[in-house]
Ligand binder design. Sequence first.
Ligand SMILES: Cc1ncc(COP(=O)(O)O)c(C=O)c1O
Length: 459
Amino acid sequence: MTSTAILGECLEFTVTEAFRQARIAMQKTEPNAMPTTDVDHVFRYTHEFSDTVITAARGACVHDRDGREILDFTSGQMSAILGHAHPEIVATVHEAVARLDHLHSSFLSDVVIDFAQALSDLLPESLSRVLPLSTGGESNEAALKMAKLATGRYEIVAFDRSWHGVTGGASAATFNGARRGYGAPMPGVLALPTPHPYRSPFASNGDYDWRAELDWGFESIDRQSTGSLAAMIAEPIPSSGGIIEPPEGYLTALAEHCRARGMLLIFDEAQTGLGRTGDRFAFEHEGVVPDILTLSKTLGAGLPLSATVASAEVEQTCYENDFLFYTTHAADPLPAAVGRKVIEILIRDRLEERARELGDYLKGILRDLQQRHEPIGDVRGRGLLIGVELVEDRHRKAPAHALGAAVGRRCIELGASLNIARQSSAHVFRIAPPLTVTRAQIDTAMTILDQALTECVNR
Ligand SMILES: Cc1ncc(COP(=O)(O)O)c(C=O)c1O
């Protein structure tokens, strides 16, 4: 080996070692920095890794390496509505994987036909054609493509606090993050102000002129548009944006604006579908039926299943225009069997009623906490999809990011994972336990939140 090569190796070793030491030091001061031991080979797909490593999950709890039980009040990634390892889902997976797991995407199977029927039976008559897929992003890609083919136009409108996924089209319609550094997003995506009763500039002293805000938003869309408005895509309750429940009447007025422009309305119910908000689907609350509905997360109760559901008319037009959404796992039997079982349990156990009752109970406790903890500026949401916003002071409402992150971390140490956001947007606790959670578990989680808030505010 030449002396230059040896020097090079030494330098590389020194740099690597220095980097390692720096990370160890960082880990001590920044608990959310990546641990330095056996996870070195995991690509950091987020800045928000927790330093708690999970080994198992059951019901409303996960268990860490030390065997510690932690209440999972985010249902994993807002998905596990039946809790973890629900015995009927475990049995369904065992049975389905042994009988019929995966197929050539041009083969349909009985289980997929049955799942599509069961899902359309749950929905209004107009939503009758089901495309089974794997992820939420995928279901929205399909919806956007359907809307473009069905209308012959290309522009898409989305809320400015939206999250629809990280794939091309879905991320172009996502304004709540992950936009910088990737070059030009899909052209023709326009943003509409999210109706935010707590933070809108159109709201003051308890009055919120959301209609003026909506009209003003669409005036702006009309000015930006090239005359090719295809669809509006919206979460009925924007979740990643901060669990923002639109005022009563808003979705009806939104649908009117879309109709007036010949646009389709797509509802993305990744988080709100399947009972979570106290209705089977959040659109039922105001009775606004979308032209296209996307479901994911809760549809597989934590397993990768999504669906794009459209009317027979939209489906026919797409078919005539050579619609192609041929993914490897489209209409796979294994996840469809899970979805079929989730629907059966949802109906049998009336999970939407449970979500409504337990949601009221949980919100009641949170409102009591709000009386005692000054930083709790707002408690909002529907059913078991609840937002708790922490602010620096209630008058100016500056978001309390650092406090939110500290309280979230302390809650995990005390045994409850209570906020889907670990760092970014950590000031809004987004709480969504499994719909199978018990009152006793809610009491325990709220005692932990109370203690964590007290400790972190006093610190
Ligand atoms: C409303 C909504 N739609 C779509 C997605 C994307 O789903 P996935 O991560 O499964 O692609 C998310 C993910 O958080 C979401 O919250």
